[in-house]
Design a protein around this ligand. Structure first.
Ligand code: BTN
Length: 284
């Protein structure tokens, strides 16, 4: 569903892009929508039909936005950037965590370039400002989910990024109000953030990290992640409660190296959700 406003935004987005690939598929493939269930769902459907690499879907609102681990991603109208872009890596897609970490670096760079705000990165996919969540990343495999599949469209990654920009009118559900932050509130000086500009910058930064990943040259990105990390050096625990300890580092696959609290040694955490211990002893 795209009206005049969305057509204008799509035009402005494509004009602002500085990329060669991301957001630059064959003409007519990108969409800027007034409302959709989820930009990731829409793009996954297009990917299965053979959409070209770089196809980008942006929506002003998502009615069933999705976060990691089956959670909902609250996506009120004109309240955030809800963007999905399609990559078809030539490398084997076997290491999603490392891609997610590098995308965190891309999102951090984009937010800094457009707003001046410096986000922190929480393993594995959270964009953090002042201890609160400003955005997140959801990478999905639209074709079967198997990395070993062959065929022209098997190598597809749907990159979904949500960034909170403007506090929606009214009150938010309590669990979100406590944890989320909107970038315009973080700026706190009445500045409005141009979603279209942020989308174009994000595509540019995604392309820049993608080129490095494809060239197997992501070590520098992982160093950038380490420098921005709000996780390393902290006491953490997994959501399932089966691991508690100190986050020491990330390895080259993006897994989190944790020194276990019971002193038994170290463990590598490859997936899942962690919370970080604050000074008052609570975890968030
Ligand atoms: C998370 O932190 O759990 C990930 C949130 C990802 C949200 C984005 S918004 C654009 C894309 N479409 C979705 O339905 N989800 C992602």
């Amino acid at each position: 569903m795209a009206g005049e406003e969305e057509k204008k935004r799509l035009f402005d987005f494509e004009q602002t892009l500085k990329t060669r690939l991301v957001g630059r598929p064959n003409s007519g493939a990108n969409e800027y929508l007034a409302s959709i269930d989820s930009t990731n769902n829409r793009l996954a459907a297009l990917a299965r039909e053979g959409a070209p690499e770089g196809t980008t879907i942006i929506a002003r609102e998502q009615t069933a936005g999705r976060g990691r681990l089956g959670r909902a991603w609250v996506s009120a109208p004109d309240s955030g950037l809800y963007l999905s872009t399609l990559l078809r890596p030539r490398k084997d897609i076997s290491e999603l965590p490392v891609i997610t970490l590098c995308l965190g670096v891309a999102a951090k760079r984009a937010v800094q370039a457009v707003t001046g705000l410096e986000l922190g990165l929480k393993w594995v996919n959270d964009l953090i400002y002042n201890g609160r969540k400003a955005g997140g990343i959801l990478v999905e495999l639209p074709v079967g989910g198997k990395t070993s599949e062959t065929g022209p469209f098997s190598k597809a990654l749907v990159i979904g990024i949500g960034i909170n920009i403007k506090h929606p009118p009214g009150t938010l559900p309590e669990e979100i109000a406590e944890k989320a932050i909107y970038l315009e509130d973080a700026l706190g000086d009445g500045t409005t953030i141009d979603t279209v500009e942020l989308a174009a910058e994000l595509c540019y930064q995604i392309e820049s990290i993608y080129e490095r990943i494809e060239a197997d040259d992501q070590a520098i990105l992982l160093d950038e992640w380490r420098a921005a990390s709000v996780t390393l050096g902290k006491e953490i625990k997994t959501a399932s409660g089966d691991l508690e300890g100190t986050a020491l580092d990330i390895d080259e696959s993006g897994a989190l190296l944790v020194k276990t609290r019971d002193g038994a040694g170290t463990r590598l955490l490859r997936a899942g959700e962690i919370s970080i211990r604050s000074q008052d002893g609570s975890y968030s």
